[in-house]
Ligand binder design. Structure first.
Ligand SMILES: NC(=O)c1ccc[n+]([C@@H]2O[C@H](COP(=O)([O-])OP(=O)(O)OC[C@H]3O[C@@H](n4cnc5c(N)ncnc54)[C@H](OP(=O)(O)O)[C@@H]3O)[C@@H](O)[C@H]2O)c1
Length: 278
């Protein structure tokens, strides 16, 4: 039995659908059973990360696809409680969606959460596979402001953003093959581009003039003050750009091709197949 969390979301729903198409039984562990996708071979259990209900939801699950939780101040604690519940329930392997370059000092502050979660999983008696996704392609295309400008402290750095479809395809393969135990995969697109290059590609794809303006870190923090978000969240937003500037998100990996047998989706192909709203 494969347990899948996050199937009400954009990545988890894709993974669950691929498993269903492969005819594999799975248990969708969701926060709200009414929103679980209806898929052949899938049963549904209701539990949020860190909740007592996880014990029952995980009972009989051998391999767990653990999607990282929505960012919050206590995300690492939620992840830790969830992997501990999984091990206590007898889960033998955890496949976890981490982040490219996860480390305690990563420029992108949310990537630090992933490193702490990885380390906790490593400390437990359980097999694991870590999928270190880069920023998703639609996250990057979603950076365009209403005035058609991407503004952030990304300098001239590059980002090898990856399609959610490619991450889901890798996850499905990895879940079905225990040979991936112990592996850590960087999941990236086929090339790393600057945000100025992304703006140019977006301009062609949308027929709208889209530009990029590099901010300083100070400007970025000041321009986001008005949203009234907590400091940890603003830091996450700003450092996602700063991580691009630092070069930490520019790695280009062959893992999508190696594992799925097809090349990763480029920004151009992603936009051609699914034009962003204009
Ligand atoms: N690499 C990137 O560019 C990027 C961008 C965005 C997010 N992410 C990370 O990648 C994860 C998956 O991405 P996505 O695009 O599929 O995000 P998404 O569409 O927001 O889906 C997140 C999924 O995780 C579930 N979830 C969140 N917090 C939970 C909790 N505390 N307990 C139980 N379930 C929880 C959500 O359940 P509900 O439907 O009940 O909310 C939803 O099913 C995100 O959660 C986030 O950590 C990465």
């Amino acid at each position: 039995m494969i347990g899948v969390t996050g199937s009400t979301g954009r990545l988890g729903s894709r993974i669950a659908r691929l498993l269903a198409e492969a005819g594999v039984p799975q248990r969708l562990i969701v926060r709200d059973a009414e929103r679980a996708p209806a898929l052949p071979g899938a049963e549904v259990a209701q539990a949020a990360y860190g909740e007592q209900a996880l014990a029952g939801a995980l009972d009989g699950v051998e391999t767990l696809m653990l999607l990282s939780a929505t960012e919050s101040a206590d995300r690492v604690a939620l992840h830790k409680a969830t992997v501990e519940a999984a091990v206590a329930a007898g889960v033998r392997r955890i496949v976890y969606t981490s982040f490219l370059g996860a480390s305690p000092g990563a420029t992108f502050t949310f990537a630090r959460d992933h490193w702490h979660t990885e380390e906790h999983i490593r400390s437990l008696d359980v097999d694991f596979t870590f999928l270190r996704d880069n920023l998703y392609l639609d996250f990057v295309t979603g950076l365009v402001g209403e005035d058609g400008t991407i503004r952030g402290p990304a300098g001239d750095g590059r980002v090898s953003a990856v399609a959610r479809d490619d991450v889901a395809a890798v996850a499905a393969r990895v879940l079905l093959d225990p040979g991936h135990s112990g592996a850590v995969y960087d999941l990236t697109g086929p090339a790393a581009f600057t945000l100025a290059e992304a703006a140019a590609v977006l301009s062609v794809a949308t027929g709208r003039r889209i530009g990029y303006e590099a901010e300083t870190l100070d400007e970025a923090y000041r321009s986001r003050e008005a949203y009234g978000a907590p400091a940890w969240e603003v830091a996450g937003w700003v450092t996602s750009y700063a991580a691009i500037a630092s070069g930490e998100l520019s790695t280009v990996s062959t893992a999508v091709q190696d594992i799925t047998g097809h090349p990763p989706t480029s920004l151009e192909t992603y936009l051609a197949n699914r034009p962003p709203p204009t």
